[in-house]
Design a protein around this ligand. Structure first.
Ligand code: NAD
Ligand code: DAU
Length: 349
């Protein structure tokens, strides 16, 4: 396979590129705009791998995407590239719409042009064999749950934040390219990931970093919001499974049956790091904060045979260990722009 991975210098993309290079003999082209969330240093250890090539660029750049498809004979796209942080989408929605919707459309359009058996026949829906477009989406497109129930693939889309609305729009345009042109696609919708290389604007690395420095741990509202946590390696394996076994046109939910309240997670991190709960500080809640997410993973487990390998207890243990052993990585991020962002979000420390 010649796989175009977009957003491969971000958190999940980094883990995915490394996962794929160590599990398969496929060519990987990693296209990433290196926004604040992209970090080329994450990929230092594989930069000279014979099956790997990095390109700095934007998924909205039609000419560049065309050139990449042509030059690298791309037959598979796995689209991770996105603005991914809910809080930032509340402050500045526009870039979310550009990257998450328009960027997705550029990739889809290019895939149709290159993968159609006869690009000159506008009514043909025949595509080359073994081509696939995977859209990496999120459980947030389903909106929020009450105390009971789980998101299934049939749950209506009801996104609540500019971020989740942009991801839902991306999903709909992917669906439309399948229904209209016959493009072979899958959409995956995963719950909250955690693990190595996660940017410290997200709950778990932010809390680990602050706890290690003895700074306040900002909990939004009462901290009883529930997320369904999955170790990033399990997410990578699930995408690999969908790539090889996913039925064309289908959506697959991905989750690990690990529902936790935010406050539980933060207290667990403090216990593991032997820090005081006095560091916890309840702050003003996120606007439109979704109360609970939880995934029903029956479809992917029964139809494709994927199962998560980590329990939350094992996953959080190895994750904390990774951050403790990679303080240089964290220190290289929590400078300059990050500190400005942090002060704007949480007030001056
Ligand atoms: P991230 O913010 O860590 O990484 C995103 C990457 O995309 C960065 O490297 C960034 O430079 C790149 N990027 C952004 N806009 C781009 C553009 N226009 N062109 C090219 N590159 C661009 O995000 P993440 O947490 O790794 O999430 C990756 C994907 O997985 C996203 O699509 C997200 O919606 C989805 N997702 C994330 C989670 C999670 O818990 N983190 C869960 C489910 C789904
Ligand atoms: O559900 C999948 C989604 O998970 C992905 O699509 C998103 O890209 C990813 O960012 C994540 O979204 P969340 O908003 O759930 O993740 P975040 O880490 O920002 O927040 C997790 C929970 O913790 C949420 O209820 C908000 C809360 N929180 C977060 C931060 C950063 C706090 O209480 N304090 C904080 O400082």
């Amino acid at each position: 396979m010649n796989i175009l991975v977009t957003g491969g210098a971000g958190f999940i993309g980094t883990n995915f590129v490394k996962y794929m290079l160590s599990h398969h003999d496929y060519k990987i082209v990693n296209l990433d705009a290196l926004t604040y969330a992209g970090n080329i240093n994450n990929l230092k250890d594989i930069e000279n791998h014979t099956n790997y090539h990095f390109i700095k660029g934007d998924i909205c750049d039609r000419d560049l995407i065309n050139d990449i498809f042509k030059k690298y004979k791309i037959d598979t796209v796995i689209n991770f590239a996105a603005e991914s942080h809910v809080d930032r989408s509340i402050e500045e929605p526009e870039v979310f719409l550009k990257s998450n919707i328009l960027g997705t459309e550029v990739l889809l359009d290019t895939a149709v042009n290159y993968w159609k058996l006869d690009p000159n026949d506008k009514y043909s829906r025949d595509f080359k064999e073994d081509v696939k477009f995977i859209q990496v989406s999120t459980d947030e497109v389903y909106g929020e749950l009450g105390k009971e129930g789980l998101f299934t693939e049939q749950t209506p889309l009801a996104p609540n934040s500019p971020y989740s609305a942009s991801k839902a729009s991306g999903d709909l345009i992917v669906r439309a390219y399948h229904e209209t042109y016959g493009l072979p696609v899958n959409i995956t919708r995963c719950s909250n990931n955690y693990g190595p290389y996660q940017f410290p604007e997200k709950l778990i690395p932010l809390m680990i970093n602050n706890a290690l420095k003895g700074e306040d741990l900002p909990i939004y509202g009462d901290g009883k919001q529930v997320r369904d946590w999955l170790h990033v390696d399990d997410h990578c394996e699930a995408i690999d499974t969908v790539l090889h076994k996913g039925k064309v046109g289908e959506v697959y939910n991905i989750g690990g049956n690990n529902e936790k309240e935010n406050i539980e997670i933060v207290k667990l991190i403090l216990t593991k790091l032997e820090k005081s709960e006095e560091l916890i500080k309840h702050v003003t809640d996120r606007l439109g904060h979704d109360r609970r997410y939880a995934i029903d993973n029956t479809k992917i487990t029964t139809e494709l045979g994927w199962e998560p390998k980590y329990t939350f207890e094992q996953g959080i243990e190895v994750t904390i260990k990774w951050y403790l052993e990679n303080t240089d990585w964290m220190e290289s991020i929590v400078t300059g722009d990050y500190l400005t962002y942090y002060d704007q979000m949480y007030g001056k420390r």
